[in-house]
Design a protein around this ligand. Structure first.
Ligand code: PEP
Ligand code: MN
Length: 303
């Protein structure tokens, strides 16, 4: 990839880190977990997520400008949603990651969020990428629905070459022929990207799987494969999520999943943030597996 001048690795040990605030850095030894609902729906919802997961996650996600397939579907709370994110972020000292869909939203979002997400549908919105190059906030760049690895890397190069070095890549699954899962999580891309680029890489198993019962296994596989973190959708009442309900974990499933990652992280020379206790970890691994098995059984019966 000769044109990936700024994001290519210069040697095997070359790795950059991206700081969200003075406590959370992506790309260091500790795995970073970003959790929260697909869409910000209310203050109570975000407060429940932050209060129950404050020792499991390092950053809070939630969309306030939502790219929806149908123009009639809920498009997000906009500025009011940002206010909610900002209040809860300050109260629980959790940095915020939220999506920016258009250039005109950048200023408003950058004033409140710690990291700006470029959604899959915008990965090659080159004007948006160039504008984000001029922003003094980290960018989470999600892989396009059908983007090649080279297109993904070059999209990151757009942002970095326009002045913003703080880019984190996010593998979130790509379209394929099989519709059992929503997308196909491309862990091969994670392995390849680790060789090609020095940028940190995180994995979104939620939009890849599209089904909550598959997310724990994909999360563990992603950490084993060398991902620097995960972004996972969860909701206080998953079945009531206004968007992506089928893939939302409950808050207790999310907490168990996170603790189950610890032995995997340690096996590959990483760790979880110290607030996640080891004692809980082995127990939770089996409880997450049991939950996943139960859900898979239900699915089979329903099919
Ligand atoms: C999201 O994070 O809610 C989202 C819409 O993700 P993606 O752009 O990966 O589909
Ligand atoms: Mn979503």
């Amino acid at each position: 990839m000769k044109d990936a001048k700024l994001v290519s690795k210069l040697n095997a040990g070359h790795k950059s880190t991206v700081q969200l605030n003075d406590r959370v850095t992506i790309g260091d030894r500790d795995i970073v977990i970003i959790g929260g609902p697909c869409t910000v729906e209310s203050h109570e919802q975000m407060e429940a997520v932050a209060s129950q997961l404050k020792s499991s996650i390092q950053a809070l996600r939630g969309g306030v400008y939502k790219p929806r397939t149908s123009p009639y579907a809920f498009q997000g709370m906009g500025g009011n949603g940002l206010e909610i994110l900002s209040t809860v972020s300050q109260q629980y000292d959790l940095p915020i990651v939220t999506e920016v869909m258009a250039i005109h939203q950048i200023e408003e979002i950058a004033a409140q969020a710690h990291m700006l997400q470029v959604g899959s549908r915008n990965m090659q919105n080159f004007d948006l990428l160039k504008a984000l190059g001029e922003v003094d906030k980290p960018v989470l760049l999600k892989r396009g629905l059908a983007a090649t690895i080279e297109e993904f890397v070059m999209a990151a190069e757009y942002i970095v070459s326009h002045g913003n070095p703080n880019v984190v890549l996010c593998e979130r699954g790509i379209r394929s022929f099989d519709n059992y899962t929503r997308n196909v999580l491309d862990l091969g891309a994670v392995a390849a990207l680790r060789q090609i680029t020095h940028l940190p890489i995180i994995v979104d198993p939620s939009h890849a799987a599209g089904k909550s019962e598959l997310i724990a296994d994909l999360s563990r596989a992603a950490i084993a494969c060398g991902a620097d973190g995960l972004i996972i959708e969860c909701h206080p009442e998953p079945e009531k999520s206004v968007s992506d309900a089928r893939q939302a974990l409950s808050l207790s499933e999310m907490a168990s999943l996170v603790t189950s990652l610890k032995p995997i992280a340690q096996a590959v020379g990483r760790d979880l943030c110290s607030s996640v206790s080891q004692a809980h970890a082995t127990q939770s691994y089996s409880s997450v597996e049991k939950q996943a098995e139960k859900q898979a059984e239900k699915q089979l019966v329903a099919a």
